[in-house]
Design a protein around this ligand. Structure first.
Ligand SMILES: N[C@@H](CCOP(=O)(O)O)C(=O)O
Length: 431
């Protein structure tokens, strides 16, 4: 399997080189040259397969030339050692909980998968790789945890100062060792821009081997397709095609769901639910893609004004607006409605959602107004306690703090504050 650049001005590469490069030399995102549907028997017998087997069969075609089967199974066993349950909270509405991993956010799977792949590839290659990553909240902690102690890999995480939750900040600033946190005076877009500028900076790229651990990297992005298959396995007995509602920021997760569909998984519709950072919902109304500066919200991991993966989504549907519209909708919701929804769900069902999950729920409800018989699953992308202040203030209760979170709460934050790209460059070249 080769991966090509969506800008089509760079050579095709193997999975291994796509992972090591992160982004193609023409600044395009890598994309698999083909997606071959899995045999019908995979879907007809999926209930009898373990999650690790499902993941192996789903990702094998993309990686098989560069990761031997035995190694791939070992990696998946390391990555998938927690649950992905579906909880029914109302008639025709369930949630897929993706927060049972070490940092309690859906990024754990992709971050650990990429860290394992890079660890394996760098055993065979001399020299240190610098993993640069921009985070608006959850990616940072998952990458820090996934890459901690991986030999030959140094991780530099950029995050917008004051715009991630306290727990998210602790998760990405307290681990030390090969993980450094850079606190940027600015927004997530500024962080993402600085990362992309570093990839274009010859002085840096000739002196440092850089890659990215955001979902622009295929090893971070592709494993997210497992979630949709795990959901399908659990919900198949309902005998209904599923509507998935995905809280969306950089749009990597919904895009991975679309890959699961291309592999043959039946899906009724994908809903990408956003906060007021509504570049894609607006695109679905006007057909014009107009990135905007991001706005800070209570669902901060989705504070993205120019989602990296939307170009992959368009490519999956041949850059054809009407083909995309047949399967995809996108809706935006503000913080006031998000809080009201968290409160309503809690009062009516006893289920505690985080602000991102509540936005996903709202997306599903809006869709069900025009498709009332459909069965829907919204993704709970992070554990509510990661947004402790918001949860306590909105639900008027004190949630129990899971041990993964307790472990970082009292650790000391260590970060390097910067204001400009020049400072980032100096830092990267100094180490
Ligand atoms: N939602 C993100 C923003 C970066 O997204 P990614 O999936 O491309 O890493 C975050 O939590 O940092």
């Amino acid at each position: 399997m080769k991966f090509y650049s969506l800008n089509k001005k760079a050579p095709e590469v193997s999975f291994k080189d796509a992972v090591i490069n992160g982004i193609a030399p023409d600044r395009g995102l890598y994309f698999p040259e083909s997606i071959t549907p899995l045999p019908d028997t995979f879907f007809s017998t999926i209930e009898s397969l373990s999650n690790q087997e499902i993941a192996f069969l789903a990702i094998h075609q993309f990686v098989k030339e560069t990761i031997p089967d035995e190694k791939l199974r070992e990696i998946l066993a390391n990555v998938l050692d927690f649950d992905f349950p579906i909880i029914e909270i109302e008639d025709k509405i369930s949630t897929l909980e993706l927060f049972h991993g070490p940092t309690m956010a859906f990024k754990d799977v992709g971050a650990r998968f990429m860290a394992n792949c890079l660890g394996y590839f760098s055993e065979r290659k001399k020299g240190e790789v610098t993993v640069l990553v921009a985070t608006s909240g959850d990616t940072g902690g998952a990458v820090a945890n996934g890459f901690l102690g991986v030999e030959g890999v140094r991780v530099v995480i950029l995050y917008p100062s004051g715009k991630v939750s306290e727990i998210q900040e602790k998760q990405l600033t307290t681990l030390g060792q090969n993980i450094a946190a850079i606190e940027v005076e600015g927004t997530f877009d500024d962080c993402q821009r600085m990362v992309k500028t570093a990839f274009l900076d010859e002085e840096i790229t000739t002196n440092r081997k850089l890659t990215s651990a955001n979902s622009i990297n295929v090893a971070r992005w592709l494993p997210q397709l497992f979630y949709f298959l795990f959901a399908y396995k659990q919900a198949k007995s309902k005998g209904k095609e599923i509507v998935f509602s995905i809280p969306s920021g950089n749009f990597g997760n919904v895009c991975a769901g679309m890959v699961a569909q291309k592999l043959g998984m039946p899906v009724r519709r994908f809903i990408a639910a956003t906060n007021v950072n509504d570049t894609v919902p607006q695109f679905m109304v006007t057909g014009e893609y107009e990135p905007k500066p991001s706005i800070a919200t209570i669902s901060n991991a989705m504070d993205v004004g120019d989602p990296s993966n939307f170009v992959r989504i368009q490519n999956l549907y041949d850059n054809d607006f009407s083909k995309l519209s047949e399967i995809f909708s996108s809706y935006a919701f503000d913080d006031a409605l998000t809080k009201m929804t968290m409160s309503k769900i809690y009062k009516e069902t006893g289920y505690m959602t985080d602000p991102h999950g509540a936005v996903g729920y709202l997306g599903l409800k809006k869709h069900q107004k025009i498709d009332s018989e459909s069965y829907g699953i919204f993704l709970e992308t992070a554990h509510p306690v990661k947004f402790l202040d918001i949860v306590e203030e909105t639900l008027h209760m004190k949630p129990e703090i899971p041990k993964q979170i307790q472990a970082v709460m009292n650790k000391e934050k260590v970060s390097i504050k910067i204001k400009s790209y020049k400072e980032l460059k100096a830092y990267l070249l100094s180490k």
